[in-house]
Design a protein. Structure first.
Length: 203
């Protein structure tokens, strides 16, 4: 099985998502073929080498971008995903509200490759009711809702985060039906309370 981990940025300031990525790929590499695709956002050769040392023997594809951190955009990465995503059995996308995460999900759907979205707190009450809340809601309703509906599973770090997302995004059983057909691809096991899968969520 080949799993592609897709993250918009691996710069140190990204914090939690990068730490989670390093943990997952190092845990999985003994059981499946794992690769990473990302951008050069705020990366120096030294910081990139430090990252490579933390994920030894795992291929890392990186591409130039415009913008920084979660708002970066890489046409070359998008083109690479378009051409290569079908060579993987599963895509694991980190976070939402990022152009590259959205594009990765788009190509996965277009090429019928199942994908998991690790939300990293981006579907929380704070996200939708803090600054720029109208813009965030508009972006979610017009763009990111498709990302969620097309996902084989959503991954949360806690039951609280999961319940918060269910309330804020109005996730319901309609989500489940779109996910079940790809469930056989989900070799990575995420445990969660029995009540949660009815909403199509996983932690």
């Amino acid at each position: 099985m080949r799993v592609l981990h897709i993250i918009p940025s691996i710069e140190n300031q990204s914090g939690g998502p990068v730490a989670a990525l390093i943990h997952y790929v190092n845990s999985l590499k003994a059981f499946v073929n794992v690769e990473i695709v990302t951008t050069n956002s705020n990366l120096t050769e030294e910081s990139f080498q430090t990252f490579l040392n933390s994920v030894q023997h795992i291929p890392v594809h990186r591409f130039n971008q415009i913008g920084t951190h979660s708002r970066n955009m890489s046409w070359s990465m998008s083109e690479w995903l378009r051409k290569n995503i079908t060579t993987y059995d599963l895509a694991h996308i980190y976070a939402l509200f990022s152009p590259m995460s959205t594009i990765a999900a788009f190509w996965a759907r277009q090429k019928q490759v199942p994908y998991i979205v690790k939300t990293m707190g981006t579907l929380s009450h704070y996200t939708f009711f803090s600054r720029n809340r109208l813009l965030k809601r508009l972006y979610f309703e017009t763009v990111e809702k498709r990302t969620l509906l097309g996902a084989a599973a959503l991954q949360f770090t806690s039951s609280f985060e999961m319940e918060d997302a269910a309330r804020c995004c109005h996730l319901n059983r309609a989500v489940v039906k779109r996910k079940k057909k790809n469930r056989q691809f989900l070799k990575i096991s995420y445990s969660c309370p029995e009540s949660i899968p009815k909403r199509g969520l996983t932690c």
